[in-house]
Design a protein around this ligand. Structure first.
Ligand code: F6P
Length: 420
């Protein structure tokens, strides 16, 4: 079995910043991206340790830097989380994200010393944001919904959280230590400062962090309409749409017009005929991405699953045994598909208006796994049926999903059902 070679030296990514600056949202985005790319990644959120060990109802005075009892308790929680993080990295983890404020030089020194004692390099990732409207939205969308303020009147919760921020702000020392390795993100990607960023993995994060933004917009994922090959149960190829596929293309264009209203929609297809034909009733100005082409079934292109089972049983069974890693002879695996989709993910992250992706079963499984944060190895069995639009709307911590079936009036059998 061929597996992708990668640099897997363990590393710690430590967040820095005042409360409500989007640290957790950034940390989750990084964790989702790196896990999807195949790097075992885990998040250690110190707030969760505090809630689990000290309870949720801590008033803002608890966070006052002059409250020595509170300071000791918070330090204890931060160190417990760091111990767990170091233990996880020592037992085979690759990327550990330490999600805490780490807002003073003294704390960053401590974190660095402890990580270095285990031989793990640290890259600090700071989020600075002074835009009051962004902070306010962040507090309302994430903090007021957190267990810390369950059952508390929203206005009282807002006052308390603002007071908590003010306590941290009094002691805050933004990153600036020239000897440290860090990425500083100012105003959600308006400016990104890199200091001593070396190595494959930290560099890979930079495009993701530079293209972040907070403008919510839907992403619609759909397979092309049924193709002539789908009707016959044949894999791959570059066939035209069937009559039902044509009908789906028309239904899709009505759907998109209704959902998007006057908003501009970016329409992305693969370079294969069946996706371009599906886009045609919507626009002539689609962008055709080779990265969106269907998984290359190599020597099995143009065959049915049954033919593969009979003529190449070793291929059929090896793929069934590890569908994620199995690479078709002279073709691709799902793992390969994820790697070629990486630049497309960065483009997708950049978009500020709705995007319609017209793709294929395997590529959409891989994209969907990234967008809704499913473990990459589970993607080969995710259901992405024909004639269905999946609407995804990213939010601060997750992605809302709705599915719409736009089946043509005359039903066909989706003979392109998945390889077991
Ligand atoms: O059958 C349609 C199709 O898009 C094929 O072209 C492709 O090989 C297959 O789906 C991918 O699905 P699976 O990975 O389940 O075989």
């Amino acid at each position: 079995m061929v597996s992708l070679a990668r640099d897997s030296s363990p590393i710690v990514l430590a967040m820095v910043g005042l409360p409500a600056r989007g640290k957790t949202s950034i940390a989750r985005k990084i964790a989702r991206y790196l896990s999807w790319l195949g790097h075992p990644t885990r998040l250690f959120n110190v707030g969760n340790y505090r809630r689990a060990h000290l309870g949720t109802a801590q008033p803002h005075q608890f966070f006052d830097p002059d409250n020595s009892e509170g300071r000791q308790a918070l330090l204890g929680m931060a160190m417990t989380a760091l111990d767990d993080l170091l233990g996880w990295l020592s037992s085979g983890g690759e990327v550990a994200i330490y999600d805490a404020t780490n807002s003073t030089r003294a704390r960053r020194n401590l974190v660095t010393e402890r990580c270095q004692a285990h031989g793990f390099p640290v890259v600090f990732i700071e989020s600075i944001c002074n835009d009051e409207s962004i902070i306010e939205t962040n507090v309302r969308e994430t903090k007021l919904r957190s267990p810390d303020y369950q059952g508390v009147d929203p206005e009282a919760a807002l006052r308390d959280f603002r007071a908590r921020i003010a306590h941290y702000a009094r002691a805050y020392e933004p990153l600036g230590e020239p000897e440290r390795s860090y990425i500083k993100i100012i105003d959600v990607g308006r400016q990104v400062v890199l200091n001593r960023i070396h190595g494959y993995l930290p560099a890979r994060l930079v495009p993701l962090l530079m293209n972040m933004h907070l403008t919510p917009h839907p992403i619609w994922l759909t397979r092309h309409g049924e193709s002539v090959f789908n009707e016959k149960g044949l894999l791959g190829g570059d066939s035209d749409l069937s009559a039902r596929g044509d009908e789906y293309a028309k239904n899709l264009s009505v759907f998109i017009r209704e959902r998007a209203g006057d908003e501009h929609v970016n329409v992305w297809t693969s370079t294969l005929r069946r996706t371009i034909q599906t886009a045609r009733p919507i626009t002539q100005n689609h962008v055709a991405w080779r990265a969106l082409d269907e998984i290359d079934a190599g020597v099995c292109e143009g065959m049915t699953y049954e033919e593969i089972r009979q003529k190449m049983p070793e291929v059929f069974h090896a793929r069934a045994a590890d569908k994620f890693r199995y690479r078709y002879p002279r073709g691709e695996s799902y793992e390969d598909v994820i790697q070629r989709l990486d630049p497309l993910i960065i483009q997708l992250e950049r978009q500020r208006s709705p995007v319609l992706v017209i793709g294929h079963q395997a590529v959409l499984r891989a994209l969907y796994a990234y967008l809704v944060d499913r473990p990459a190895p589970s993607c080969p069995t995710l259901p992405i049926p024909l004639h269905t639009v999946i609407e995804l709307t990213p939010t601060a911590y997750a992605c809302e999903e709705r599915r719409f079936q736009l089946a043509p009036a005359v039903q066909g059998g989706d003979s392109s059902t998945a390889h077991p």
